[in-house]
Design a protein around this ligand. Structure first.
Ligand SMILES: [Zn+2]
Length: 87
């Protein structure tokens, strides 16, 4: 059975498309995680858990000015470290 010939040709195309989509999403996820990790390093984990707003200039406890989520630095650090394995 030749690929791209008859009904099975579509299956190859669909498999190929799904494969590309899968690796595309993996690559996007990788880039996104790397960006967030760098941001976490730069801000010492002072990022809003909800919207990732940089809380660097703000007190250790308070409300995110961007989305209104309450935060506490200790809690932020624990959550980010857990999610991204920041040392
Ligand atoms: Zn926020």
């Amino acid at each position: 059975m030749k690929p791209f010939d008859g009904p099975s040709g579509w299956m190859w195309l669909i498999l190929l498309a799904l494969g590309l989509l899968f690796f595309g999403l993996l690559a996007l996820d990788f880039v996104e995680r790397r960006k967030t990790r760098r941001l976490l390093d730069e801000t010492d984990c002072r990022l809003c858990l909800n919207c990732r707003y940089v809380l660097r200039e703000l007190p250790d406890e308070g409300v995110c000015p961007e989305c209104g989520e309450e935060y506490e630095l200790k809690h932020l650090r624990a959550e980010w470290r857990d999610a991204y394995r920041v040392p």
